[in-house]
Design a binder for this molecule. Structure first.
Ligand SMILES: CC(C)(COP(=O)(O)OP(=O)(O)OC[C@H]1O[C@@H](n2cnc3c(N)ncnc32)[C@H](O)[C@@H]1OP(=O)(O)O)[C@@H](O)C(=O)NCCC(=O)NCCS
Length: 177
């Protein structure tokens, strides 16, 4: 393809409404989901996908050498609930971590109008959370623990184990196969 054809093709894309819709979506993502990341503490050598979604980044801490995959959500609480991720932790794509729940017992109107219950989440060093793992408020995952894809972690997990399921249960120690 000649340079002239490439320029003409790029220019024609600019006049398509779909192009501007996509640009608006990316802008919205960066402003709403991506911007709070700037407030987070990120250790040396940590790698985060550009599509990581962060809330209340001032209460998010990511250890050195950690890797956070595409589409992960790190939603700290707006008041006290922090998310602390240890060194060299690996979060596969689409892991969802939250440090806040709506206090749904506080009323029966729209949940958005209810107060939040917040509790800090701690994900240990050298952990591996498989894709689509969900980690709920107040949970601590011990160092070196592996959480299988799709698990929902509702309670603390000890160090050095493999856990799986909904709710996540310890299956065995690491290295025991
Ligand atoms: C956690 C994982 C590594 C386990 O690997 P494994 O070598 O199969 O582990 P085991 O063979 O010891 O499995 C132990 C048991 O857990 C079960 N199990 C494995 N993965 C499971 C899952 N995601 N949910 C529920 N149970 C699971 C196995 O079926 C087995 O049960 P059984 O003993 O009744 O047969 C793997 O299943 C997984 O979830 N990988 C994540 C992949 C991923 O997200 N990759 C992204 C790249 S970062």
């Amino acid at each position: 393809m000649s340079t002239l054809t490439k320029v003409a093709s790029a220019a024609s894309r600019l006049v398509r409404p779909g192009t501007w819709k996509r640009i608006a979506r990316v802008g919205n993502f960066l402003a709403y989901d991506g911007a709070p990341l700037a407030l987070a503490t990120v250790g040396a050598g940590a790698r985060l996908s550009p599509t990581v979604s962060v809330r209340h980044g001032e209460r998010v801490s990511i250890g050195a050498g950690a890797q956070i995959g595409q589409g992960c959500s790190l939603w700290a609480g707006g008041d006290t609930g922090a998310i602390v991720i240890g060194d060299h932790a690996l979060l596969a794509p689409d892991v969802f971590v939250t440090a806040a729940n709506y206090d749904f017992d506080a009323g029966d109107g729209p949940v958005m109008d209810l107060p939040m219950r917040e509790a800090t989440v701690t994900i240990g060093a050298n952990t591996w959370l498989g894709t689509r793992v969900v980690v709920l408020p107040g949970v601590t995952i011990g160092d070196g623990t592996v959480v299988a894809a799709g698990a929902v972690v509702t309670r603390d997990l000890p160090p050095g184990v493999l856990a799986a399921g909904v709710p996540a249960r310890v299956l065995r120690k690491r290295g025991e196969r």
